[in-house]
Write a protein that binds this ligand. Structure first.
Ligand code: SAM
Ligand code: SF4
Length: 345
């Protein structure tokens, strides 16, 4: 049984917390609310992606019930992702319901989005209690944006981002670093983020899921990017940490944060406080491992809250020490078969 250990339940004040066998308290749940998306980013999906049958998906009520069970067990931060979370029909009702938990166990409800639907939803997100969102933009060049996302339009995304800014949401831009594609655009993105007071996070490509492209050709180590950025920007070490995989610096010239997510070059697992729930109710204890717990079957069998809490504790006892990403250089096959859009980025 991979990585099976002993999980503990602890108490923080009156609140239950789940502690994994390596002493990490699990306070962060990322939920992929759909595997579908209105874009087909080249590093994320094949153009002819086959999506899950709708009957496999958890209903919004089931997703809510699971989220509430996690909050009951000490999860304080929820991030909704996908696929594209804002293309799931009725998603705002889930967001409003979860938003009501803020201050009642939940500290924060956030979202990672491609921004295409933000112009429609920004005000509603704020009304639901969302304060910060991550928006993925890999380039500010409209043609290149269309090439990377295949189906996306930069002007629509930028309009969404500006609507989110005007609604009062704090914004972090996620930019996947792609060799020979956007590697000359980091300075421009830093300046754009500085102008709008957005934080920026650079991400190395991760070998998740079959795509119709060569992954080794896309991979750009951020150690190299950082060395190049040092020529133009003063990057001051920052102790800002989200418990996530990003290491942050502050850019002296703009005052904004810059994060580096480097799964391939830096082992970020020791401080990992998160688990991931898919839209079919599968709980992955690690983005880079296949071991999982099925929560849908017990949920549909009508388990009690106490039984659900036991199932979560058993799953957490299997959280592995770390991931195992390696690009298979000869066969170019992914280290993990499921796509990022299944587990959620
Ligand atoms: N659709 C939303 C979006 O694009 O922000 C949320 C889901 S997307 C899977 C979450 C994040 O994962 C995005 O920032 C995306 O760029 C990133 N991502 C997707 N596939 C990736 C991969 N293979 N390696 C690294 N990052 C990836
Ligand atoms: Fe869709 Fe996000 Fe994947 Fe792009 S990265 S295809 S926007 S899920």
């Amino acid at each position: 049984m991979p990585g099976r250990g002993v999980a503990h339940r602890g108490q923080q004040g009156n609140i239950e917390i789940m502690i994994d066998p390596f002493g990490r308290s699990i306070s962060y749940l990322r939920v992929s609310v759909t595997d579908r998306c209105d874009f087909r980013c080249v590093y994320c999906m094949a153009e002819d992606m086959v999506f899950l049958p709708k009957s496999d998906l958890l209903s919004l009520e089931e997703l809510e019930k699971l989220c509430l069970a996690f909050i009951g067990q000490g999860v304080r931060k929820l991030r909704l992702t996908g696929g594209e979370p804002l293309v799931r029909r009725g998603i705002m009702s889930l967001i409003h319901n979860l938003g009501r938990q803020i201050g009642h166990g939940l500290d924060e409800l956030t979202l990672t989005t491609n921004g295409s639907q933000l112009a429609r939803f920004a005000d509603d997100l704020v009304a639901a209690g969302v304060k910060r969102i991550n928006v993925s933009i890999d380039t500010l060049n409209p043609e290149k944006f269309a090439e990377i996302t295949r189906w996306g339009r930069l002007d629509q995304v930028l309009a969404g981002v500006m609507a989110a800014k005007n609604a009062g949401l704090a914004i972090k831009i996620n930019m996947v670093a792609l060799k020979s594609v956007n590697e000359n655009e980091f300075d421009q993105m830093i300046a754009f983020c500085g102008e709008h007071q957005f934080d920026l996070c650079l991400i190395e490509t991760m070998p998740l899921g079959e795509i119709d492209q060569d992954r080794t050709a896309q991979y750009l180590p951020l150690s190299l990017v950082r060395a190049r950025l040092n020529r133009h920007w003063t990057l001051n070490e920052s102790d800002y940490a989200t418990g996530g995989p990003a290491r942050y610096v502050t850019i002296a010239q703009t005052g904004q944060r810059l994060g580096f997510i480097t799964p391939m070059t830096h082992n970020f697992c020791e401080s990992c406080n998160r688990v991931r729930l898919t839209c079919t109710g599968t709980l992955y204890m690690c983005l880079g491992q296949d071991d999982a717990a099925d929560l849908r079957a017990p949920l549909r069998a009508g388990v009690s809250d106490a039984e659900l809490a036991d199932i979560l504790a058993e799953a957490i006892s299997r959280k592995p020490k770390g991931h195992d990403f390696i690009i298979d250089r000869d066969h170019k096959s992914p280290a993990v078969a499921r796509h990022m859009s299944v587990t959620g980025g």
